[in-house]
Design a binder for this molecule. Structure first.
Ligand SMILES: NC(=O)c1ccc[n+]([C@@H]2O[C@H](COP(=O)([O-])OP(=O)(O)OC[C@H]3O[C@@H](n4cnc5c(N)ncnc54)[C@H](OP(=O)(O)O)[C@@H]3O)[C@@H](O)[C@H]2O)c1
Length: 264
């Protein structure tokens, strides 16, 4: 078991964005705990990162959509003396209308994208707060900001990640624990293979490479950005969105029925 002080735990590290985060944190000298279901993928990544960067890598094979898998990873986090970074990245997308989707697809997205992320955050936080240091990186999606007829659950789950992260940022503002939420747009990963939307259907010019996405997200992390849309050039657009959201919330605090809804 890894016991040194500079450890990054990355969920969904067997492919795509999570595998790229694993490589970047290994390059930065972190020992790693990599979580996913596909043991062979994890082990081969672990071997290559140890070989390349001399870091220690533990593969933790777990199904984070299951109660048993969540509890096992939770225990591993809670028992780790000094995990300094948690990347809550594991996620699935099942893009289809609710009326044509099996209930199981909706529940699996909720279990992985929301419940696992929440449980692992609960598990890691007491240790980070006790040491007054640590970073949590939550992977949301631009679909948190947009809902399509085929994305009710996926968009809802990613909107949860965004709201959850914003709340945590406020809760932890006066501590040494930092939270970044990342909202990638379309990125070239295996997620599309089982999403219901073929990767080939995406406009190529709208798709980012995994390397570019993770390098940009980590550049933002290093700059202390808290809400990161790696493909949005104008930071002002994010600020405007925040201002509108807060203005709308404020406008709801009247205690009065809106004139259009008053009974005549
Ligand atoms: N690609 C995009 O366009 C895009 C855009 C916005 C946001 N995102 C978000 O980015 C994150 C990473 O996705 P990706 O695009 O890199 O896709 P990916 O290549 O399919 O990676 C998903 C990772 O999650 C793991 N995973 C899936 N189900 C799991 C389970 N039940 N238990 C444990 N691990 C599980 C997978 O590993 P195993 O299969 O080995 O378990 C894999 O390592 C997700 O949260 C996704 O929603 C992606």
């Amino acid at each position: 078991m890894i016991t040194d002080s500079k450890i990054a735990v990355i969920t969904g590290a067997s492919s795509g964005i999570g595998a790229a985060y694993a490589e970047r944190f290994a390059r930065r000298g972190y020992d790693l705990v990599l979580v996913a279901r596909r043991a062979e993928r994890l082990q081969s990544l672990a071997a290559s990162l140890t070989d390349q960067y001399g870091v220690r890598v533990e593969s933790l094979v777990a199904d984070l959509a299951s109660e048993e898998g969540q509890a096992r990873v939770e225990q591993r986090l809670a028992s780790s003396p000094a995990v300094s970074v948690l990347v809550n990245n594991a996620g699935i997308a099942r893009l289809a209308t609710i009326s044509t989707s099996p209930l199981q697809d909706s529940l699996a997205q909720i279990a992985l994208n929301m419940t696992a992320l929440t449980r692992l955050t609960h598990a890691i936080l007491p240790g980070m707060l006790a040491r007054n240091t640590g970073s949590i990186i939550n992977i949301s999606s631009v679909m948190a900001l947009n809902t399509l007829p085929i994305s009710s659950v996926y968009s809802g789950s990613k909107a949860f990640v965004l709201a959850f992260s914003r709340g945590l940022q406020q809760e932890l503002a006066d501590t040494g624990v930092k939270v970044q939420v990342v909202l990638p747009a379309a990125t070239a990963t295996e997620i599309w293979d089982q999403s219901g939307v073929p990767f080939a259907a995406l406009p190529p010019e709208a798709v980012m490479t995994t390397d570019n996405l993770v390098d940009a997200a980590l550049a933002a992390f290093d700059q202390g950005e808290t809400v990161t849309l790696p493909s949005v050039a104008e930071l002002g657009m994010i600020d405007n969105f925040e201002s509108s959201r807060i203005a709308l919330f404020g406008a709801a605090q009247t205690g009065k029925v809106a004139p259009r809804l008053q009974s005549r």
